[in-house]
Design a protein. Structure first.
Length: 128
């Protein structure tokens, strides 16, 4: 179909995909932003990874629920010390770009929780 800026690719390779004319069906990749303070960043990231480890996720979510927070409220979870006092202090010491990357990492971890655990804590995941 010409005239709309899209061509129909070979459907056997990727059914249903539209590719802008003149492109080579490359997926969008988010630009990589370098971390400014790697040591501090790694400490906060480690605290997040520990909280969402498969063996700890349910315990962490129960704690978040006990604090009457939603799991996606990263700043509130951090302010309540649910990721540890050191993570809270380290996050405060980070620059804006590093903080943004930490928030993104936290939200990715929130979404990676196993479906059966998410179902158990569905109210924490609800956004209302």
């Amino acid at each position: 179909m010409k005239g709309h800026g899209f061509s129909f690719p070979d459907q056997s390779q990727n059914p249903g995909a539209l590719v802008p004319e003149g492109s080579h069906a490359t997926m969008y990749e988010q630009a990589t932003i370098p971390v400014q303070d790697e040591t501090t960043y790694a400490g906060v990231r480690h605290a997040i990874d520990e909280a969402f480890a498969p063996t700890q996720a349910a315990v962490f979510l129960k704690t978040v629920g006990g604090a009457r927070l939603r799991v996606r409220q990263f700043e509130s979870v951090l302010a309540q010390g649910l990721l540890g006092a050191q993570a809270q202090k380290s996050y405060a010491a980070l620059g804006d770009s590093d903080r943004g990357q930490i928030r993104e990492h936290y939200l990715r971890q929130v979404e990676r929780v196993a479906p059966e655990i998410r179902q158990k804590f569905f109210r924490l995941y609800a956004s209302y």
